[in-house]
Design a protein around this ligand. Structure first.
Ligand code: NAI
Ligand code: MG
Length: 410
């Protein structure tokens, strides 16, 4: 625990350098990268101070027996993380695994791995024993596959695409080990006609523009009560119109996307969209011609069954979908293959509870939305969004196994 907290302190000490490195490596606005480093440090503080607070249980059993249930580390845990929040992901996945006593092997994404290497060096300075934290860079299909198939790991945690998630889970099955998968989403924000729109607006926009929309928990669908469709889409359009994609150090609303491949993917959605464009931001004048910039785009009304209503774009593309009543809102919100996060905007307390309970996903925000944040809050999905829970105390349970010790003392 002390080592983890010390690493948190070192990340805080180096936060500005790490933020610059993350921005340059990933293309995200420097303000976003600074916030990422606060979160990365916080993971180590949180799990450092939690390391000695996971208790076992004593189970009442038959006369003459003492039974305790304890949590033990798996041994060696494997971790494969993506390029969208490398430093944060490093903290999110390694800190709880280490707190439970595992040794860890992490493979960062080939597109952005510099901060993970830098933080691994800081871990050495913090005094972690050799072998506790191992970072192995390499291509997914080579190094990632080798790690996931290795007999040397006892559990694996993966964050990335559903397609690779299937490979990870298959490899885990072959080795008879467990895995957690965090695979993204098509998360809805539902806005009812009694919502506080002024409170909702910055969050509705921020949740899809943050990190250029390359966020697993991006709020990529906004479901709008028909009675406020004109008013809300007009207000959203005004905000979208002022968004600027700019080089990281110019600190625009968003930066460049991660790669040519990702830009092509997003542009594919834009060019094949079968919904009207309500509003579009712009790419900053003077942004490098060959940079991976995409103008943030608001579409609507989007058919909930169409690709823009169903598929994860992983870019700054928001799909506005009208609905007539609460039942329809719930149906549309739940009707994708994903289920990660949902946001509900209404002043009606009964409706807040009804809709929150009806959401088929791992995390629900009422009159708010947290794309990424909330180290204390258990997080994860169902179906195509993956399974298992990270963050909060749930992650400590995920990265440890239960052992039941039965003592017959007569
Ligand atoms: P990806 O799933 O290929 O990459 C994520 C990580 O998996 C990287 O570290 C990569 O090296 C590794 N990997 C790739 N192939 C592997 C294999 N065969 N065995 C083991 N590890 C492997 O994701 P990619 O191609 O970068 O992005 C494609 C789409 O996936 C995105 O457009 C987005 O929709 C989704 N995605 C979701 C993320 C999330 O946060 N949930 C993060 C990144 C991508
Ligand atoms: Mg891939």
């Amino acid at each position: 625990g002390r080592l983890l907290m010390r690493l948190g302190e070192l990340i805080t000490r180096e936060a500005e350098d790490l933020a610059q490195l993350e921005s340059l490596d990933n293309g995200k606005p420097i303000t976003q990268a600074r916030a990422d480093m606060v979160a990365a440090a916080r993971y180590f503080e949180f799990y450092g101070s939690a390391a000695d607070k996971v208790h076992g249980e004593v189970v009442p059993f038959q006369q003459g027996y003492d039974v305790k249930v304890v949590r033990e580390p798996y041994g060696v845990t494997g971790h494969i993380i993506p390029w969208n929040y490398p430093a944060q992901m490093f903290g999110r996945t390694l800190a709880p695994a280490l707190a439970m006593g595992n040794a860890t092997v992490l493979k960062p994404a080939e597109e952005a791995c510099l901060t993970t290497l830098r933080i691994a060096a800081l871990a050495e300075e913090a005094g972690f024993p050799p072998g506790a934290i191992n970072v192995v860079t390499g291509q997914g299909a080579v190094t990632g596959a080798a790690l996931s198939e290795s007999r040397g790991i006892d559990f694996i945690s993966f964050t990335g695409s559903p397609e690779v998630g299937v490979l990870i889970q298959t490899a885990a099955a072959r080795n008879f080990i467990g895995c957690t998968l965090e695979l993204g989403g098509k998360s809805p924000q539902i806005v009812f006609d009694d919502a506080d729109l002024d409170k909702a607006l910055p969050t509705l926009v921020g949740a899809i523009v943050q990190n250029g929309g390359q966020t697993c928990s991006a709020g990529s669908r906004v479901l709008v009560h028909r009675g406020i469709w004109d008013e809300l889409t007009a207000k959203l359009a005004e905000r979208f119109g002022s968004l600027v994609a700019a080089p990281a150090m110019e600190d625009g609303s968003l930066g460049a996307l991660i790669s040519a491949k990702q830009k092509k993917r997003v542009e594919g959605f834009l060019s094949s969209a079968d919904a009207p464009v309500i509003a579009q931001g712009r790419v900053a004048e003077g942004a490098p011609e060959r940079g991976f910039y995409v103008a943030p785009t608001l579409f609507g009304p989007v058919d909930p069954k169409s690709p823009l209503g169903q598929d994860e774009v992983f870019g700054p593309v928001l799909s506005a979908i009208p609905f007539d009543d609460e039942d329809a809102a719930i149906r549309i919100a739940n009707d994708t293959d994903y289920g990660l996060v949902a946001g509900i905007w209404t002043r009606d307390g009964d409706r807040q509870q009804r809709v929150a309970k009806a959401m088929r996903c791992g995390q629900v925000f009422i009159n708010g939305y947290g794309a990424g944040g909330g180290i204390e809050l258990p997080f994860g999905g169902i179906r195509r969004s993956g399974h298992g829970r990270e963050k909060g105390f749930a992650a400590l349970h995920e990265f440890s196994m239960i052992k039941t010790i039965v003592h017959n003392h007569g």
